[in-house]
Write a protein that binds this ligand. Structure first.
Ligand code: COA
Length: 351
């Protein structure tokens, strides 16, 4: 029986994003790599990205985005169970789910530190690693916690300091990625109400793990004499083909599950991997160009943070409005991919 059949749903009540202060534009990159602003813009749609300095970690970014989402939930106000009259939405959070592929340490998970630093110590807290699909996977996980009755209110954060995995000399990866964090607060509610998330469609293919991989540092290969094995390697053109095909397939599946057609979608919020990937996917779904929500030009690919960051920007500039029917889809290393739907609620952002 699905969550929808049960009538229990996770409902979006707070949203926030945070980017590290340092920006690196294409001109700066082209001074140290064999590339150009023109090449990067044309092939990816990216003009600049935010990058962590050594004193900033994934947990630091997750705390900033999480705090904004909690303040957003408080500002959005008493739309359901757990919304205190004083707006202290944070006190009622009973689970923190962190989507990340770049935790502060290989062990333990980073989510408990995020919870404690936000004053949510004692809440359930754990990481989900599905790399660039992490946010959609963690959204499904948070929805499952709520549907199972294990939590009434969940803070979900997608945060990655992906630039820390990159070989600074690799022009194939450095222009593409940036760092950041985005977060949502979800509360228990019913499937029909605005902000209710679902249905979902999730998949993986481990046989293609080598297409995007950090070869060393795990149990298969703890150390390596080749320093390049510590860095993220990517077979760009193959990834491009899989990303466009899988995101379109999964989008169709989730639309079918909900009884929606592409014509029912008001906003398409795909993982911000590459503007051409998003445009190709939207086109193959038959979505109009103005449906596409994108902020990749100034963020790059922020991995698990990209969907909530794009949503926060779209709410701020009025592109994403209450009542909009939203299609989310993502693709990442693993391989992993997945999609989810929601009808956008009335939501107030907070600094
Ligand atoms: N600057 C200038 N030239 C570059 C370059 C760079 N940063 N990177 C590669 N090139 C060159 C290549 O060497 C190649 O030159 P050649 O034709 O002389 O051999 C040419 O540009 C085309 O390379 P190719 O890799 O085929 O380009 P592309 O159009 O596929 O674009 C990516 C490369 C990486 C932008 C694209 O494949 C991509 O976005 N893939 C998906 C990546 C992704 O989204 N990863 C995360 C998934 S979650």
């Amino acid at each position: 029986m699905s969550t929808q059949d049960l009538g229990v749903a996770a409902v979006l009540v707070g949203l926030g994003g945070w980017l590290p202060p340092r920006t690196v534009d294409n001109h700066e990159l082209s001074r140290r790599l064999d590339t150009s602003d023109e090449w990067i813009r044309t092939r990816t749609g990216i003009a600049s990205r935010h990058v962590v300095d050594p004193d900033l970690s994934t947990v630091d970014m997750a705390v900033e985005a999480g705090a904004r989402a909690l303040r957003s939930a408080a500002a959005t106000g008493g739309s359901g169970p757990g919304d205190g009259a004083d707006g202290a939405a944070g006190e009622a959070v009973d689970a923190v789910v962190l989507a990340t592929a770049t935790p502060d340490h290989p062990c333990p998970a980073s989510a408990p530190q995020v919870a404690s630093r936000l004053g949510l110590g004692g809440a359930a807290a754990f990481d989900v690693n599905a790399v660039c699909s992490g946010f959609v996977y963690a959204l499904a996980t948070a929805t499952g916690l709520i549907a199972a009755g294990a939590a009434r209110r969940v803070l979900l954060v997608g945060a990655d300091a992906f630039t820390t995995l990159l070989d600074p000399a690799d022009r194939g990866t450095v222009p593409i990625f940036g760092d950041g964090a985005g977060a949502m607060v979800l509360r228990a509610g019913t499937a029909g109400e605005p902000g209710a998330v679902g249905p979902f469609d999730l998949h993986s293919d481990g046989e293609l793990a080598d297409l995007l991989i950090v070869p060393a540092g795990g149990t298969r290969c703890p150390t390596s004499d080749d320093p390049r094995d510590r860095y993220f390697s990517m077979q760009g053109p193959a990834v491009f083909r899989h990303a466009t095909a899988r995101m379109a397939e999964s989008s169709r599946a989730v639309l079918d599950r909900a009884g929606w057609t592409p014509g029912d979608v008001d906003r398409f919020v795909g993982h911000q991997a590459n503007l051409r990937i998003l445009q190709t996917t939207a086109k193959s779904l038959g979505l109009p160009a103005d449906c596409l929500v994108t902020n990749i030009e100034h963020t790059g690919n922020t991995s698990a943070a990209s969907i909530p960051l794009a949503m926060a920007d779209a709410v701020a500039d009025g592109t994403l409005c209450a009542g909009d029917r939203v299609l989310m889809t993502a693709f990442g290393a693993g391989l992993t991919w997945g999609s989810a739907l929601l009808r956008w609620p009335r939501l107030t952002l907070a600094e």
